[in-house]
Design a binder for this molecule. Structure first.
Ligand SMILES: NC(=O)c1ccc[n+]([C@@H]2O[C@H](COP(=O)([O-])OP(=O)(O)OC[C@H]3O[C@@H](n4cnc5c(N)ncnc54)[C@H](O)[C@@H]3O)[C@@H](O)[C@H]2O)c1
Length: 322
């Protein structure tokens, strides 16, 4: 198949591109390198089955001359904790509109990267695909990301109703692993690993009791590959998570510290009150029910958290300068 990946130089995009080329597909990848890196796709350079286009997907002209069977739309702004909510709202919409219009024109399927954050503050754990999406007030800018993804999901489904767009929506739960962004943009793992290597205090937001579930990137990619190659995924929404259970952010920090520095090492943790982020809200528990993707797509996650973290630490240690 011919597959277009937006955000190909980012974390999930680059891992997906390798996997697809290895499986015999032709991949075209677009990225403006705002948050991605050419080093992530370096070993695909010169491969006749891979084409890289540098450009901004918010500009519709960038898509003019490319055509694919499936478009995996990963390019995105994320939670505006350190950035700007307007950019998240505008850019996520503009990119999606361009990709959807192109998919309708070319009769391509869209696979849209949504997020566990759409479940927001829903206290009913675990979340299944029909669970309520419970947002906080619009005066709290962190919700701009979840709202942009909720809007994206509804926009895609409306285009299915009006123009027969074929889609799959994947709601990712905390993916981590090689090629992850090495700042907070990439989630807690990369920052915690760097701090542990440098034996510097790990910053914990709030008291660290907030929980997450994490997915090693190979499992995230395998789920995407199944959705690309198998039409059972058509017009479905899937929670896309791994087999690791719920863990608090504090326990994640301690686990990473010990994996890096040894079982008996005493972790250094530094608690940062949420008030320092201004008008901010966190999600206290986030746990997926992944039974739908397992039964409909025969998805079987392989990686537990400890093995995934060990592989990630092994990859990241080359980037640590002490
Ligand atoms: N990583 C996770 O755990 C996670 C969790 C939930 C949802 N997601 C979603 O999955 C997708 C991929 O996430 P990721 O972690 O790989 O992110 P990432 O930031 O590493 O990759 C996204 C890529 O998109 C590119 N990009 C952004 N705006 C662009 C634009 N206007 N034009 C061209 N390229 C642009 C960036 O440069 C980056 O390389 C995103 O849509 C994200 O919202 C990820």
């Amino acid at each position: 198949m011919k597959i277009l990946i937006t955000g190909v130089a980012g974390f999930i995009g680059s891992n997906l591109a390798y996997s697809l080329v290895k499986r015999g597909h032709k991949v075209i990848g677009i990225d403006n390198l705002n948050y991605g890196f050419l080093r992530n796709i370096k070993s695909l350079e010169g491969n006749p089955d891979f084409t890289f286009i540098s450009g901004d997907i918010a500009n519709p002209l960038i898509l003019k001359d490319v055509k694919a069977d499936v478009v995996v739309h990963l390019a995105s702004q994320k939670i505006p904790r350190y950035t700007n909510a307007l950019r998240t709202l505008e850019e996520n919409y503009l990119m999606l509109r361009n990709v959807v219009q192109k998919c309708i024109l070319d009769k391509s399927k869209i696979i849209f990267a949504s997020t566990s954050d759409v479940y927001g503050k829903n206290p009913k754990i675990p979340f299944n695909e029909n669970s309520d999406l419970v947002m906080g007030p619009t005066t709290v800018k962190r919700w701009a990301y979840a709202l942009s993804k909720m809007y994206g999901e509804q926009y895609i489904i409306a285009n299915k109703d009006e123009y027969n767009l074929t889609y799959t929506i994947t709601r990712f739960f905390g993916s981590y692993g090689p090629h992850q962004n090495l700042t907070w943009w990439g989630g807690p793992q990369s920052v915690f690993i760097e701090k542990a290597f440098k034996q510097e205090s790990i910053d914990i937001h709030g008291d660290g009791s907030q929980t997450r579930t994490f997915t090693y990137v190979d499992d995230t990619v395998n789920a995407l590959v199944l959705c690309i190659e198998n039409n059972n995924s058509d017009n479905e929404i899937f929670n896309t998570g791994g087999k690791s259970g719920e863990i608090s952010i504090k326990d994640l920090a301690i686990l990473i510290w010990k994996l890096v520095n040894g079982e008996n090492a005493e972790p250094k943790l530094n608690y940062i009150p949420y008030s320092t982020f201004g008008n901010y809200e966190d999600v206290m528990r986030r746990v997926p029910d992944i039974s739908k993707i397992c039964s409909v797509m025969n998805f079987v996650p392989q990686w537990d958290l400890k093995s995934g973290l060990k592989a990630t630490i092994e990859w990241q240690k080359d980037f640590i300068t002490i």
